[in-house]
Structure formats: C-alpha cells, structure tokens
Design a protein around this ligand. Structure first.
Ligand code: SLL
Length: 225
C-alpha cells in the first residue's frame, strides 16, 4: 500500500517559518481605569503569537494554547483561529506556557515555548518609560523549522495559499529592547550607526583632503594629484 502523503516525508528539505511571540502591556492609570477592574490590577496586557509582519499564520498553525498563572480563572486558554492572542488585566509578571499546534497533516508534535509576561519597562530608558506610563513591548522572534516535512505539509507551506511574507501593515514592528529581545532592533540600530559612522568618516575624509590640499599648496612639495 502506498504511504499517504500525510505521512510521507520530503527528504532533504527544510522549511523555516518565522513567528513572533510575546506581549504588550499598558499601565492602568487613574484616567483609564474602568470601574469593573479589581483595584489591585495595575496593567492591561495582550500575549500573542503572530506572523513577523502580522500576516496570518493559520495556514500552518491550527491552534495556540496559552497557559497563564493559576491566579487566573480558566488559566488554559485555547485559540483555534487567529488572532492567536489573549488579553487580560492583572498585577504581576509570570511565565506563560505557549503551545503551538500545527496542521494535522504536518505530523509534527506541538511546539512548546515560554514567554515571561513583562509588565514593567526595562532597558536603558526604563525610568522615563515608567514615568510616562509608556506601553511595554516584549516580543521574541522564532524560526519554526519543518525538517523533512510531510508531502502534505510541504504543499501547505509552499502552495500559493501561503500568504506572502511581505508586510501587510506599514507600521514598524515593535521589538523588545533588552536581553530577551530582539536582534531586529539591534540590527536596525547597528545599520543606523554604520550609516552615521559612514557619514562622519566621509566628512572627516573631506576635511583631511582639504587640509592636505592646503599643505600641498603651501609647501609646493607635493605634486598635484
Ligand atoms: C508574582 N509570581 O508574584 C508572580 C505571580 C501572578 C499575577 C504573578 C492575577 C490577576 C487576577 C495576576 O495578575 N496574577 O486574576 O486577579 O508577581
């Protein structure tokens, strides 16, 4: 009997799909506190699993389970359709267990990730951020590897139905700015720094060239180049 395409694997093939997971948190202030909130709750937050450009990942992800701290009622929240996210209010940080289930035809085991729910600003300008009640973004990037996917999953991952990995939104993606967080941010910062450095070097070079030209003119020692 031939092996069904749902179990037959495509040898030597590896397919990566990037995702972003993490949370945003906003302080509850006097101004935005609603009367139904327990007084000890200090933050509103949303934890999510999404495409890097916020594109739909449900073509390969069929379910995401978020296991919250046991102080929450119904601590295990299961999402069978996008957006794969949970919004809550609360007072404390804790580790969220995130379990990602793939399409059945993938034959893949669920992927277990952990995210530390981050409510408080971190990084170099955390004090200002705290003062200004800025929202906190704490996201992590992950590349999911499908090693020798089943033929059916290979189809799913590579077919035209798969959304383009092109940006759907024009907004900048916000990444965490500390150790947990993102190469992306550091990369953008590095590129900026290199550009600034290039510009600075260019200016210095122009100054040096000028000085050299003046020296040449003054001494008459050097042949004109
Ligand atoms: C801490 N170890 O002590 C952590 C636990 C738990 C946070 C934080 C529950 C909100 C509610 C909530 O915010 N739990 O359901 O009332 O910081």
């Amino acid at each position: 009997m031939p092996t069904p395409s749902s179990t037959k694997r495509v040898k030597g093939v590896q397919i990566y799909r990037p995702i972003v997971y993490g949370n945003i948190a906003t302080p509850i202030t006097k101004e935005n506190r609603t009367s139904n909130l327990p007084p000890e709750h200090t933050h509103r937050w949303t934890v999510s699993v999404k495409g890097v450009y916020d594109e739909d990942i449900s073509y390969f992800v069929k379910r995401v389970q978020f296991k919250l701290h046991e102080t929450y009622t119904n601590a295990t929240r299961t999402l069978d359709a996008p957006p794969f996210e949970v919004s809550e209010t609360g007072w404390g940080e804790f580790d969220i267990h995130i379990k990602i289930f793939f399409r059945t035809e993938s034959g893949e085991k669920p992927l277990q990730l952990y995210h530390h729910l981050t409510l408080h600003p971190f990084g170099p300008d955390k004090e200002i951020a705290k003062e200004q009640n800025r929202p906190v973004h704490a996201y992590q990037y992950e590349e999911i590897l499908f090693n020798e996917p089943t033929e059916a999953m290979y189809e799913v991952l590579t077919s035209n139905k798969a959304p383009e990995l092109a940006p759907k939104r024009t907004g900048k993606i916000m990444y965490a700015q500390d150790t947990e967080g993102e190469e992306e941010d550091r990369l953008a910062e590095a590129i900026k720094q290199v550009q600034e450095l290039k510009e600075e070097t260019r200016k210095k070079l122009i100054d040096k060239e000028k000085a050299l030209a003046e020296m040449k003119a003054a001494t008459g020692k050097y042949p004109k180049s």
